[in-house]
Design a protein. Structure first.
Length: 142
């Protein structure tokens, strides 16, 4: 007799997100996020994060994807899933990345009030507000 796992009990494998404009390789983290991809985005909304869909049939319309920084109390962004087979776009709002440490970015998928998955491993991000040449043009005039 063979048994199969019911759809609600399947393991949801969520891979780390990608940050638009990310730089690789970076010593001490998985990626770097440059000023142009975060602080200087033309719409002022911060970095664009792209999440590829998990395996077909593991997410449903109406599930909610939330973007988080480890050890932060509030989510960075969230999106209700309309098409579970489409790439999801989320944002890292300006002033939420920390330039003094490695930022650990991950996302969760919720169905109703239950967390059904968390991306692993967290994406390690280095962010430096100072431009090359050691001149911080965002706070230093001239």
């Amino acid at each position: 007799m063979t048994t199969s796992t019911p759809p609600d009990n399947t393991v949801l494998v969520l891979y780390p997100p990608k940050v638009n404009g990310q730089t690789e390789p970076v010593e001490g983290a998985h990626i770097g996020v440059p000023l142009v991809a975060y602080d200087l985005v033309t719409d002022g909304e911060g970095a664009v994060v792209l999440v590829d869909p998990p395996l077909s049939g593991t997410m449903d319309p109406g599930d909610v994807m939330e973007l988080w920084l480890e050890n932060e109390a509030a989510a960075l962004d969230s999106e209700t899933i309309v098409d579970p087979d489409a790439r999801t776009t989320l944002r890292i709002p300006k002033a939420r990345l920390h330039p003094d440490k490695v930022n650990m970015l991950y996302y969760t998928v919720r169905r109703g009030s239950s967390n059904i998955g968390t991306s692993t491993p967290p994406l390690e991000i280095l962010y430096n507000r100072i431009r090359p040449g050691l001149k911080d043009r965002l706070t230093d005039p001239g």
